[in-house]
Ligand binder design. Structure first.
Ligand code: DLL
Length: 436
């Protein structure tokens, strides 16, 4: 049986979260969790099989803690049921699909009912509002349009907010720079690495990136550090806030940062229940401890997710700007991004942090992994500053090598490259090249 909109609890109507007291939020979450678990069990064969195997029935969920009785869902489950096997409504009720690019194996496909699209637009509008964007503002949307959730997801939220959307998508960077000058947008939405590419394009066109109309940047879809935030804010003279999300859970706007506090994205907990777990054992870790982020959707109709393992590593922190909603600490990386170099674990964001701390270096770098004999070796290829002497930049490269040795504990090669030698981002930046 399909749960129709009519059979959902009344409280699925949208709720203004800004003032919701914690107790009311927890009660709402429990009601929605019970609905979601029942909906998934009744309508998705894979969930029913996994729940039955684990010996758990939807009626066993009596408190929020009971979520721990439920099995995890992983990307492998989505692949197994490719393309539409985890949809919980008839295909005729699905208004849109999105899909991940699928760097390994089949892409993962997700679907939305009209109601899902409506709530998604609300949550992106809420996110943009938290970032300081207002009705009547002009918003340059440079997230990629298409199967990727970034472009169309952000688009609907901009319109919902009552702002004007400039639907650029990614690429054609010189044109983006031109239209930023011509259309004078208040805000820009894109990946942090792509904003650096756009800043370069403005400079190449003889425009000071600090002189544009842009006041706010809402950046996400890839890991970035607070050091990178400072560099972006300095270079473009704007406020940069972090937006987080993933296709399997919805798309952009699962969590988003307040421009007032800039202390990590608040999870919109009236729609998503977050947990952090130990990636190895699957056991929950306490709020405040580093763990793998896991989400259960609370209001999704077409594609409910139960304890979906994101592979993203972070900590849950108490809410600040939205007191009842927990925050996630800036994502340091994904489990899959971790580089193991001669026994030392490291994330590209750690290198980014160090690079951004050395003023004479540019933020344009990639990591190359090779095998030398039986040993793994890593080279940091980094572009030199176009306006500084080669020797100054070479010296900065030596400093970088030393700091990586001291702070991460591993020896790497650093190669200082000419300006423009490395590929530029047009969306999610590919930072690591594994040539082993
Ligand atoms: O990247 C959705 C999105 C679009 C988010 C636009 C924000 C803005 P996916 O392509 O499914 O969806 O990739 C999701 O990207 O699991 C994280 O590893 C990473 N990610 C997304 N946002 C952030 C962020 C979109 N703010 C994967 N910080 C996630 C760090 C992020 N990593």
């Amino acid at each position: 049986m399909t749960l129709t909109t009519a059979s959902r609890p009344d409280s699925l109507a949208s709720v203004d979260p800004t003032g919701i007291p914690l107790e009311a939020l927890r009660a709402l979450q429990l009601e929605r969790l019970r609905w979601t678990v029942r909906h998934a069990y009744d309508n998705v064969a894979l969930y029913r099989r996994k729940f039955d195997e684990a010996g758990v029935s939807p009626d066993d969920i009596r408190s929020l803690d009971d979520i721990r009785l439920l099995p995890f869902t992983t990307k492998a489950d989505l692949r197994e049921t490719y393309p539409f096997g985890m949809f919980a409504v008839p295909m005729s009720d699905v208004r849109r699909v999105h899909a991940s690019s699928g760097t390994t194996g089949r892409p993962t496909v997700v679907g939305y009912t009209a109601g899902d699209l409506d709530r998604w637009a609300d949550l992106v509008a809420r996110s943009l509002s938290a970032a300081g964007i207002r009705a009547g503002d002009r918003v340059h949307n440079a997230y990629g349009y298409g199967l990727f959730t970034g472009g169309l997801g952000a688009h609907a939220g901009i319109e919902r907010l009552g702002a004007t959307v400039i639907p650029m998508s990614g690429g054609q960077t010189a044109r983006q720079a031109q239209l930023i000058q011509d259309f004078e947008p208040d805000a820009i939405l894109c990946t942090p690495s792509y904003l650096l590419t756009i800043a370069d394009a403005l400079e190449a066109a003889g425009v000071d990136p600090r002189s544009t109309s842009l006041r706010i940047a809402v950046l996400g879809a890839e890991p970035w550090t607070n050091e990178m935030r400072r560099e972006i804010e300095r270079r473009l003279d704007l406020v940069a806030v972090d937006i987080y999300g993933l296709s399997e859970v919805m798309g952009p706007g699962v969590a988003s940062e307040s421009a007032l506090t800039k202390d990590g994205p608040h999870v919109w907990e009236d729609h998503f229940l977050p947990e952090t777990i130990d990636g190895e054992s699957g056991e929950p870790v306490a709020d405040g401890e580093l763990g793998e982020l896991v989400f259960t959707s609370l209001t999704k109709e077409a594609f409910p997710v139960i304890r979906y393992r994101t592979r993203d590593l972070t900590r849950l922190r108490p809410g600040t700007a939205f007191p009842a909603m927990r925050r996630i600490e800036k994502i340091t990386g994904r489990n899959d991004d971790m580089i193991i170099l001669r026994g030392v674990n490291l994330f590209p964001t750690q290198i980014e942090e160090i690079v951004m701390g050395i003023e004479t270096l540019t933020p344009h770098f990639v990591l190359e992994l090779r095998r030398e004999g039986r040993m793994d070796a890593m080279t940091v290829r980094i572009e030199r500053h176009p306006t500084l002497e080669r020797e100054v930049c070479e010296a900065a490269g030596v400093v970088l090598q030393q700091r990586i040795k001291v702070l991460i504990g591993t020896t790497v090669d650093v190669r200082v490259e000419e300006p423009g030698a490395l590929p530029r981002s047009e969306g999610k930046y590919k930072r690591v090249y594994d040539l082993r």
